[in-house]
Design a protein around this ligand. Structure first.
Ligand code: ZN
Ligand code: ZN
Ligand code: FE
Length: 765
C-alpha cells in the first residue's frame, strides 16, 4: 500500500549484532525491499536508516528480527520515524569510531530463547533454575551499582561463581563469556517462599510449585521479580481480583496481566504483527491490546474486574526465567500488578515488602539477588501505525535520546505526576525510569534516590537545573534547594519540546499541547494550548476558551465539577434552574449546589482553566457517563471507549475568535450547545463522543491554518487517546500539514523532563 508519501526511519539495534554478518543481512533485506538509506556500526550498536513507504519500512522491521543471522541477538530495538532526506541508494557506511564515548547502562533484557530452552531441559545443569542468564539476556540496569559494568559492581558480587560458571565466564567461545550476572543452582541466588512473618515455608523449585498452588486457590502472592515486586492473582478468579482491588485501594484502574504464551494472548485479544513483535521483543513491555469481543462469550480467561468497562487489556509475556517457570506451572494468565500501595513506587526489597505489602499479599515469593533500583514494567501501545511508549521503564530506561547539540550538564526534575527525571551529558539525555506521582513520602524518597543515582552513575554533577514553572510542585521546590541556577520551564512548552526532540525538529513549528493541567505563564491552569515555537522560546498563539473549575483540584476526581463550571460559563446563573435536565447537577445535593453556585458567583476557589482534559471530563459528565472518577484520566478514557466510529465524519462546531494582541480563542460554545441538544433528544453517547473528538481535531486544523503552519507537533497526555491522535494525523495530512507525535518518549508527563532539558539548552546561560 504505497500512499505516495516517503518516510524515513532510524533503527538503533543494540546487542550481539556486531561482527556476525548483521550488516550484510540488513543490506540484503533493504535492497530486496527497495529501500534507500544506510547501515553502520558504532560502539553503541548498529544504526540503520531506511527511506521508503511506511509499509516497506514496517516490513523491514518485522522481517529483520526473523531473518537476522543465527548467532546474533537483539537486546534493544528502537525505532524513530523521521522526515525523509532523499537517499538514493542503500549503502554500508564506514564504521563510526567517533561515536559518543559515554558508557551506556543497558536496560534489563528479557530471557533469550537459548536460556529459555535450558531451563526446561532436564539434562541441562540449569534445569528449572530461575536465575539463568547469558551475555545476550538478563538483568542489567536493575543490578548495576556503578560503572563500568562489571560483576564486582553489581548486586551479584556477593555470589562467588563455581568452577563451571567461572569456566563459562572466561571462555571467549561460550555464550556466557563475560556474562556478569552468570549463575547456576550451585553458586547463584535462590528462591524462598515466605509466610507473612517472613518464615521460609519452602525453598528452590518447591517455591514455584507451592506458589502456583496458592494462586490456584485464590491467594495473592507477592513475587520479587526483576525491578521490583508484582502482586499476582489468578486472572480467571474474579473474587480474588476484587479482593486485591480492595486491599490495594485500587478501585477501577486496570490491572495488567501476564499470559503464559503468545497463544494465550491471541485467544483474548486482537494482536497485529507490530503488537506481536512488541510482546515478544527483548524489551517485553506491557502492550495495550484490543480485547477480542468473541473471547467474552465464555472462552475468556480474564475476570471482568481486571479492566472494567475497558475494551483494551494490558498484556505482557513472561520475561525472566522465574516468570517462565511460574507461568509454565500455572498454565493460565495472572494479574501482575506493581507491588505497591495505591500509586506509590514499586517495592524492591523482601523485608520492606513484608511491611508494606503484608496487608495485601498472602505469600511472598522472594529471592536473595538484591534489586539495586526500582524499574516498573513499561507500557506501550501501537497508534497511527507506530509504537508509542506510554510508560518508559524496564527494557527502555536508561537508554539516552540524542540531541543535535551538546550542552552543559543539566538535571531536569520533571513534573508532578508520572514523574521522571533526566540528566544531559554532552549530546545525550538520559531519562530515568518512571518514578510516579510525587504525592506520597515514598514517591518523594524515590525521586531523591533516582537523582542521586543518576548523578553518581554518569559522574555528571549538573551545572544547572530545569524545573516546572509551578511554584508548589515538590520537584520545583527540590530544584530551588540545590543552590544551582534554576531554569523554570512552562509545562506545555516542555511537552512540545520533548516531542520536537525525539522527532529531530527545529523551530519554527506549531505545538499542540493538551493535557489535564499545567501552570500557565499567566498563573491560570493551562491544558488546551497552541504554542508557536520560535528560536528562543514560544508564543501562546491560541488556547481553548477557559472556564471556572469550582473547587480547583477537587475537579480532577469529579468530572461533575468541570461540567458545572463549563455550563456556568455559557449559561450563567440560569444553569441552576435546569437541574431536572442536567445529570452533573443532579449528582450534587441541593446544599452542595448552593455552595458551588456561591463559589462561582463570587469567584472563590474557582481557578480558570483552558484544559482539554477537563473538557473531556465535563463532556463525560454531561452525557451521564461518569460524575466521579477512581483515577486520573478515567472519564476521558471512557469517553474514548464509547466512540461510535460510524459517525466518523460528523463534528460539533468550534469557532476560532481572534483579537489582535491576544492569543486566539478556540470557543466550544456551540459545541456544548450541540451536546446539550443531543443529550436532550436522546442521541446515543457514542455519537456525541465521536462528534466531540472530531470537533477537537477541527480546532487543530483551524489554528494551523490561521497560523499558516505546515508542521504541527502533537503532545500532552490527551494524545494517548488513539482515536484523537489518529484522527488528527489523518485530518492534518488531508490539509497538507505534516503531523508529528510521540514514539519513544511518553506524550504524558513522563516526557516533561526531556522537554525541560531542551528548554534549558535553548536558554542562553
Ligand atoms: Zn540468555
Ligand atoms: Zn555456578
Ligand atoms: Fe502534562
Amino acid at each position: 500500500m504505497w500512499d505516495g508519501t516517503l518516510t524515513r526511519a532510524r533503527l538503533t539495534i543494540r546487542g550481539a549484532v556486531q561482527g556476525v554478518g548483521f550488516r550484510p543481512g540488513v543490506f540484503r533485506l533493504a535492497k530486496e525491499l527497495g529501500l534507500a538509506g544506510w547501515v553502520n556500526n558504532s560502539c553503541e550498536g548498529v544504526f540503520v536508516e531506511l527511506e521508503g513507504s511506511h509499509l516497506q519500512v514496517q516490513t523491514f522491521i518485522l522481517r529483520i528480527e526473523k531473518e537476522k543471522p543465527p548467532c546474533s541477538f537483539i537486546q534493544s530495538f528502537e525505532t524513530s520515524w523521521l522526515d525523509p532526506v532523499g537517499y538514493r541508494d542503500f549503502v554500508i557506511r564506514q564504521s563510526d569510531p567517533s561515536g559518543p564515548k559515554t558508557a551506556l547502562v543497558l536496560p534489563d533484557i528479557a530471557i533469550c530463547p537459548e536460556c529459555a530452552r535450558e531451563i526446561f531441559d532436564p539434562n541441562n545443569r540449569r534445569y528449572l533454575y530461575p536465575f539463568t542468564n547469558c551475555t545476550n539476556c538478563g538483568p542489567r540496569f536493575s543490578i548495576i551499582e556503578a560503572l563500568p559494568y562489571d560483576r564486582s559492581q553489581t548486586s551479584m558480587h556477593r555470589f562467588t561463581m563455581c568452577d563451571q560458571c567461572r569456566a563459562e565466564y572466561e571462555d571467549p567461545l561460550d555464550r556466557r563469556f563475560h556474562a556478569q550476572p552468570n549463575a547456576c543452582p550451585i553458586c547463584g541466588p535462590h528462591l524462598e517462599l515466605w509466610d507473612l512473618k517472613g518464615q521460609a515455608l519452602t525453598r528452590h523449585h518447591n517455591v514455584i510449585v507451592d506458589a502456583t498452588r496458592g494462586i490456584e486457590h485464590g491467594l495473592i502472592v507477592a513475587v520479587k521479580g526483576l525491578g521490583g515486586f508484582h502482586l499476582m492473582v489468578d486472572a480467571r478468579n474474579d473474587e480474588a481480583i476484587v479482593r486485591l482491588r480492595k486491599l490495594k485501594c485500587r478501585e477501577e484502574k486496570p490491572f495488567a496481566v501476564m499470559c503464559p504464551s503468545l497463544e494465550a494472548v491471541l485467544t483474548e485479544c486482537i494482536v497485529s504483527e507490530l503488537e506481536q513483535r512488541l510482546l515478544c521483543s527483548a524489551e517485553a513491555p506491557i502492550v495495550l491490546l484490543r480485547r477480542n469481543p468473541s473471547a467474552a462469550n465464555g472462552r475468556s480467561n480474564i475476570g471482568p474486574s481486571i479492566a472494567p468497562r475497558n475494551p483494551y487489556l494490558g498484556v505482557m509475556l513472561p520475561y525472566t526465567p522465574l516468570h517462565h517457570l511460574l507461568l509454565r506451572q500455572l498454565r493460565f494468565p495472572v494479574v501482575a500488578t506493581s507491588g505497591n500501595l495505591a500509586d506509590e513506587p514499586i517495592c524492591t526489597d523482601e523485608h520492606e515488602a513484608l511491611d508494606l505489602l503484608g496487608g495485601i499479599a498472602d505469600l511472598f515469593l522472594v529471592h536473595n539477588r538484591p534489586i539495586v533500583r526500582h524499574v516498573d514494567d513499561s507500557v506501550v501501545q501501537v497508534a497511527a501505525g507506530r509504537e508509542m511508549v506510554l510508560r518508559r521503564a524496564r527494557g527502555y530506561a536508561p537508554l539516552p535520546v540524542a540531541l543535535k547539540n551538546s550542552s552543559e550538564p543539566t538535571l531536569a526534575v520533571g513534573g508532578h505526576i508520572k514523574n521522571t527525571v533526566a540528566l544531559s551529558v554532552g549530546r545525550q539525555v538520559f531519562i530515568s525510569q518512571h518514578i510516579g506521582d510525587l504525592e506520597s513520602a515514598p514517591a518523594l524518597t524515590a525521586f531523591h534516590r533516582v537523582i542521586k543515582d543518576f548523578e553518581g552513575l554518569y559522574e555528571a554533577p549538573p551545572a544547572r537545573i530545569a524545573a516546572d514553572l509551578h511554584p508548589d510542585y515538590l520537584s520545583t521546590k527540590y530544584a530551588q534547594q540545590r543552590g544551582l541556577t534554576v531554569v523554570n520551564v512552562q509545562h506545555h512548552y516542555a511537552h512540545v519540546l520533548s516531542c520536537m526532540a525525539e522527532n529531530e525538529l527545529d523551530a519554527p513549528i506549531l505545538g499542540v499541547s493538551w493535557d489535564g493541567t499545567g501552570y500557565g505563564l499567566d498563573g491560570t491552569i493551562w491544558g488546551g494550548e497552541f504554542l508557536k515555537i520560535n528560536n528562543g522560546g514560544f508564543e501562546r498563539v491560541a488556547h481553548f476558551r477557559s472556564f471556572p473549575l469550582p473547587g480547583g483540584n477537587a475537579a480532577v476526581r469529579e468530572p461533575r465539577r468541570s461540567a458545572v463550571g463549563l455550563l456556568y460559563e455559557i449559561l450563567g446563573d440560569r444553569l441552576f434552574s435546569m437541574r431536572s435536565e442536567l445529570l452533573p447537577l443532579q449528582a450534587f445535593t441541593e446544599p452542595e449546589l448552593l455552595t458551588i453556585r456561591a463559589m462561582l458567583k463570587q469567584r472563590v476557589n474557582c481557578p480558570r482553566t483552558s484544559s482539554v482534559g477537563r473538557l473531556f471530563d465535563a463532556v463525560a459528565a454531561i452525557v451521564g457517563l461518569r460524575q466521579r472518577t477512581g483515577f486520573e484520566g478515567q472519564a476521558a478514557m471512557e469517553l474514548e471507549f464509547m466512540l461510535d466510529p460510524v459517525e466518523a465524519e460528523n463534528a460539533y462546531g468550534v469557532q476560532l475568535n481572534s483579537t489582535p494582541g491576544f492569543p486566539a480563542e478556540a470557543d466550544w460554545h456551540s459545541m456544548v450547545e450541540g451536546i446539550l441538544a443531543d443529550v436532550k433528544s436522546g442521541c446515543p453517547g457514542g455519537q456525541i463522543s465521536t462528534r466531540f473528538h472530531n470537533a477537537l481535531v477541527e480546532a487543530i486544523i483551524l489554528v494551523a491554518q490561521h497560523e499558516e503552519e505546515e508542521r504541527v507537533v502533537l503532545s500532552g497526555g490527551c494524545f494517548q487517546n488513539r482515536f484523537l491522535l489518529e484522527r488528527a494525523v489523518r485530518r492534518l495530512r488531508e490539509e497538507d500539514i505534516r503531523p508529528y507525535w510521540h514514539q519513544r518518549i511518553p506524550p504524558n508527563d513522563g516526557g516533561i523532563s526531556l522537554g525541560q532539558i531542551v528548554a534549558a539548552a535553548r536558554t542562553k546561560a
